[in-house]
Design a binder for this molecule. Structure first.
Ligand SMILES: Cc1cc2nc3c(=O)[nH]c(=O)nc-3n(C[C@H](O)[C@H](O)[C@H](O)COP(=O)(O)OP(=O)(O)OC[C@H]3O[C@@H](n4cnc5c(N)ncnc54)[C@H](O)[C@@H]3O)c2cc1C
Length: 548
């Protein structure tokens, strides 16, 4: 094996060699096949059956697949991409399909636990939705647009005079793409470091631990176990199909080449509000249409109401209880038809009405993996699907569609595979919305507690009374701590305020350790910090906050 070869060159080399060998066998071996070494292979339980000889696959003669696992000659030998050493690369302890946060993190943990691991990903870049078209690019645009907004609206109040700040969308996108590509390289490096084999192409389950990889370098690999982490894709309703240009999903809204004059966002959920905020800050008129009578379904109602007031002050227009019946585009104009109201015209539409599991061309049926009515893969507590040896984690199994939830599930799943134990506490998974102010929560909200009939106490503290928030000029919002009325155990914490996404982890840790609101209230917090608002809210549960 030539050591100096790039991985892609190496794979092409072996792929070509592989095909030549297969072609040779096909041409020179008359059927019924006899070929060198067949007697030995026959003894081991192999033969090259006429049906499969055209594809060069070895089949067992009815013997146990263990032999197949030992001698996975399906695609012949390939080089270990990390060491340049020849080995039989096609048999693995674990094959992970999908290299998003659920998949690649699970792969690394599995490798740490001693498994041989392959990752199949159909996009060139690793990191999944989160890195390519989700968490990271949206946060890069949110950070940059916030700097612009600060310079336009708030610097002057502090005596900072900056004139002539303009938006260069192309440069902003270049910066965002740079962030994504640096992190992609980081994940590539992590896979390499952990000796994880990456296969580029669509992974399709064929049953019995076999995954067919199609794409520019088709191959077939086998795994003792398979983990599906294929994530989710944007969904839409009938009458509102994205056209990849004027009518877009979040993916397109992350790459628009110019600032829309009027952007209509359909859906007042997390993604709609984050991306609507980006383009509003950059100069768009933004109208948000929502079918429900409130924004941010699932978020504590008091927090959502506060957020709506703040976002309206910032310039977003909300039309709640609005049913969109169709969206069309003609040239640069989009028209949105609304039930019982006048149509709206605009130059761009962002459809942000939710996401659905990504299971296309995955071979679930053939493998015996069942889904629920909405298409999410059904799993047991240990992430085992209805097919033996096949597991699933992340967005594709439903629940909160969050990158860190997918990561935790990936880790818990492979730890359970390897050790019999895997831990995840769904009550302490934080959720963050990266607007300004940020919105963050962990645990139950008031609506959920009321519905469950759980009696609770509530303590609230405003950032307006927090010294650090005043100094920073970010006084909007509050912290709310909910604790069990009888035991004082913290049941949920909800924050709307600057850096809420960082502050929430104190509450998550406290809850993970089963803390009471008094425990939190008695912890000393440095002054002046935003965290003091968390302490004061915990003190407020017992009506003893100092600064309110
Ligand atoms: C605009 C936006 C912003 C977001 N912001 C946040 C945020 O701030 N914080 C947060 O926690 N979450 C955020 N999310 C959600 C987050 O991105 C997802 O919850 C997370 O990526 C799910 O991880 P996953 O591993 O389950 O799937 P994904 O990240 O979707 O990864 C699945 C991967 O599988 C690949 N794949 C699919 N099918 C196949 C196949 N058959 N063969 C091979 N490969 C396949 C896909 O190409 C993809 O790379 C955001 C999402 C969007 C759209």
């Amino acid at each position: 094996m030539r050591k100096g070869l790039e991985r892609s060159e190496t794979l092409v080399f072996w792929n070509v060699a592989n095909r030549i060998l297969r072609g040779f066998l096909l041409v020179v071996q008359p059927r019924p096949t006899r070929y060198p070494g067949q007697a030995t292979l026959d003894m081991l339980g192999f033969s090259l059956s006429p049906r499969h000889s055209t594809r060069g696959r070895w089949r067992t003669n009815g013997r146990k697949p263990i032999v197949l696992k030992l001698f996975t000659l399906t695609a012949w030998f390939q080089p270990d991409s990390n060491s340049g050493v020849l080995y039989m690369s096609e048999a693995f302890d674990l094959i992970v399909v999908g290299a998003g946060p659920g998949g690649y993190v699970a792969a690394i943990r599995a490798s740490q636990l001693g498994m041989t691991v392959a990752v199949v990903e159909r996009e060139k870049q690793l990191g999944g939705t989160c890195l390519r078209v989700g968490c990271i690019p949206s946060k890069a645009l949110l950070e940059t647009s916030e700097l612009f907004e600060q310079s336009q609206r708030h610097f002057a109040d502090r005596g900072l005079v900056v004139k002539g700040v303009t938006v260069d969308v192309a440069q902003m996108m270049k910066h965002k793409d740079g962030v994504v590509s640096t992190l992609d390289s980081g994940i590539q490096g992590l896979l390499k470091k952990n000796k994880i084999e990456r296969f580029f192409g669509n992974g399709k389950l064929k049953g019995n631990g076999i995954v067919e990889v199609t794409g520019s370098m088709p191959t077939t690999i086998t795994g003792k176990k398979i983990l599906i982490a294929t994530g989710s894709v944007s969904s839409s309703f009938p009458g509102m199909q994205p056209d990849g240009d004027r009518i877009g999903t979040s993916t397109e809204a992350l790459i628009w080449p110019e600032v829309p004059k009027h952007l209509v966002v359909i859906g007042a959920g997390v993604i709609g509000l984050e991306l609507g905020t980006v383009w509003r800050r950059l100069g768009s008129q933004v109208t948000v249409l929502e079918y429900l009578p409130r924004i941010l379904p699932g978020i504590d109602e008091q927090v959502a109401n506060e957020a709506k007031k703040i976002f309206e002050k910032q310039g977003l227009t909300f039309k709640l209880g609005t049913k969109v019946t169709s969206v069309t585009a003609s040239g640069t104009t989009c028209t949105i038809q609304i039930e019982g109201a006048e149509p709206i015209t605009c130059d761009r539409v962002l459809i942000a009405v939710g996401r659905k599991p990504c299971t296309d061309n995955l071979g679930l049926e053939a493998a015996g993996v069942q889904t629920d009515k909405r298409g999410f893969i059904q799993v047991s507590a240990g992430y085992q699907t209805t097919a033996a040896g096949v597991y699933a984690v992340g967005d594709v199994i439903g629940g909160a569609m969050l990158a860190h939830k997918a990561e935790e599930e990936g880790i818990a799943c492979v730890e359970k595979m390897a050790t019999g134990h895997g831990h995840i506490n769904y009550n302490t998974i934080p959720a963050v919305i990266y607007t300004e102010p940020e919105i963050a929560s962990v645990g139950a909200n008031e609506d959920a507690l009321k519905q469950a009939g759980i009696k609770y106490k509530s303590g609230r503290f405003s950032f307006a009374a927090n010294g650090r928030a005043r100094a920073a000029g970010h006084t909007d919002g509050f912290v709310k701590v909910l604790a069990d009325e009888a035991t004082d155990r913290i049941l949920g914490v909800h924050i709307i305020g600057t850096h809420a996404g960082e502050l929430i982890h104190e509450a998550a840790v406290a809850m993970e350790f089963g803390a009471s609101s008094e425990d939190l209230a008695r912890c000393c917090h440095a002054h002046p910090t935003l965290s003091e608002a968390v302490k004061e809210a915990a003190m407020a549960v017992d009506k003893r906050a100092i600064h309110s």
